[in-house]
Design a protein around this ligand. Structure first.
Ligand code: HPA
Length: 272
């Protein structure tokens, strides 16, 4: 179990390595790590060099914390994240979020690759996350660290409405079409069966993935504003006889959309 001093130790070690203290952090999900190419990098810090950080083992996740500039602002970017399916505890998965909060981050932008369950969503589409349904264990289970937040944090406005309108406006300006929907977070690592995709759709989900909800819960606990974006990398609503889900293909599709996502996120940061 992590104590406040563990988060502080990681924060201190990062503080000593950088000269800028951004108020914005981005998590670059599966296949979206190359969005980092848009960043004017000042410092690249491998996770292995940060106290208590895990190693990123997921395919397409590089494992660096980048300190740099994007859209004219200082930012932190997590190039790769930790997933519960890698065998980490929820505390380990969400450790970086609290470290970033200690470093003064106020806004968190999360991205991920997700399976579309809304039948109007096609591979390559982008979805603004307007809400989520969390099927992963809640990362706040255990003694509450009151230095970060309250025991029972509110989740009614988990995804900041102003940031959603900002993204919608910029999407229109740039001609990037955006869906808006509910993200369902599950453990993975197996993909869902057709019956499961169907069922999560009936529960109110539009897209489904294996990350994000945990980080968002911890971020909201710590009072950060959150904006989330999913790339639809596969369609979980029609299954031909020869259709199979494929992790490599998911990453390839996320990569194809990352240029559009990058332009959108960069413009958003510029306007924050
Ligand atoms: N299910 C779960 N996670 C995913 C999917 C999916 O279909 N696509 C990308 N991440």
């Amino acid at each position: 179990m992590f104590l406040l001093k563990d988060y502080q130790e990681a924060a201190e070690s990062l503080r000593s390595r950088v000269t800028h203290f951004p108020k914005i952090a981005i998590i670059l999900g599966s296949g979206l790590g190359n969005l980092a190419d848009r960043i004017e990098t000042e410092e690249i810090i491998p996770y292995a060099k940060i106290p208590h950080f895990m190693r990123s083992t997921a395919t397409g996740h590089k494992g660096n914390l980048i300190n740099g500039r994007l859209g004219g602002k200082s930012i932190w970017a997590m190039q790769g994240r930790f997933h519960y399916y890698e065998g980490y505890t929820m505390e380990q998965v969400t450790f970086p979020i609290r470290v970033l909060a200690l470093l003064g981050v106020k806004t968190l932008i999360v991205s991920n690759a997700a399976g579309g369950i809304n039948e109007t969503f096609k591979v390559g589409d982008l979805m603004i996350i307007k809400d989520h349904i969390n099927f992963l264990p809640n990362p706040l289970i255990g003694p509450n660290l009151t230095d970060f937040g309250t025991r029972f944090p509110d989740m009614t406005c988990a995804y900041d409405r102003e940031l959603i309108s900002l993204a919608e406006g910029i999407g229109q300006e740039l001609g990037i079409s955006l869906h808006k929907g509910v993200y369902v977070g599950l453990t993975g690592p197996s993909f869902e069966t057709p019956a499961e995709y169907w069922a999560y759709g009936r529960l109110g989900g539009d897209a489904i993935g294996m990350s994000t909800t945990s980080e968002v819960i911890v971020a909201r606990h710590a009072g950060l504003r959150v904006f989330g974006l999913s790339v639809i990398t596969n369609e979980g609503y029609h299954f031909d006889d020869d259709f199979v889900n494929n992790g490599e293909e998911v990453i390839r599709m996320a990569n194809l959309a990352s240029e559009r996502m990058g332009r959108l996120v960069e413009k958003m940061i510029e306007r924050l």
